[in-house]
Design a protein around this ligand. Sequence first.
Ligand SMILES: [Zn+2]
Ligand SMILES: [Zn+2]
Length: 297
Amino acid sequence: MASSKSQSKQDTPPPVPEPLPVPVADSHTHLDMQGRTTEESLRLAASVNVTTLVQVGCDVRSSEWAVRQATAFPAIHATVALHPNEAPRLVLGDMDAWAGKDAHRAAGGAEALDAAIARIAELAERPEVVGIGETGLDYFRTGPEGVAAQQESFRRHIALAKEVGKTLVIHDRDAHEDVLRILAEEGAPERVVFHCYSGDAAMAKACADAGYYLSFAGPVTFKANDALREALRVTPLDRVLVETDAPFLTPVPYRGRPNAPYLIPYTVRSMGETLGVDLRELCAALDANTRHAFRLV
Ligand SMILES: [Zn+2]
Ligand SMILES: [Zn+2]
């Protein structure tokens, strides 16, 4: 009984926080996984001054969905890609149904990856699409058997970003060295965003020196993550973005409950304390940086 009670609390959306003083953009969200209509999500977000959202694609279907939302709603901008955990599953099959929808897909081989990237490339040309991502490497969820497909997919997304002149959105989980190496080998596009930045201060400095943007998510509010806050402190303010990556990574004090763009004020306020920067100034910087990072109009 106790467990079902705590379970239901875990499923309850956190309350709406005090609005931010000026508008802020959520630079990375997944509205398609949040159990609300897009209208509801936008209304909730706008009620706390979150007025711009970057809706991120993870596979062909969610990339198509992102483009449709960006077409229908001026507050939404789309990115399109195959997630680093999607690419190996296209090639090798999806026995654990990672994406949760195409359960037990059969192995499609290199042809399946080719076809999916061709469709992503088509979508990438659309004016509503502001970025190629999320792509990158994830050695936490994908085992050694998937690394080759993941790296191949990452390289092709880097090439696509350069070809269409759009921002590269990188997912890097437990793969810092290889992400930086492959980026250097391929040559980085003009604009690069490290989403849910998870490296240390030294890597943050190197990324900022290279002109990359670092997007901070809920983990920057977690008590144990002093190293991540140190990374935030050494990042020049004009390279810092904020994101929810919702429904994941809900900030303190609602860690573990469902995340959504309307909860970004908790992360922004925590970042303001870490940086010792005035909240209004921080919000203005985060919003302007997102516009520059994705060339939003
Ligand atoms: Zn990610
Ligand atoms: Zn994401």
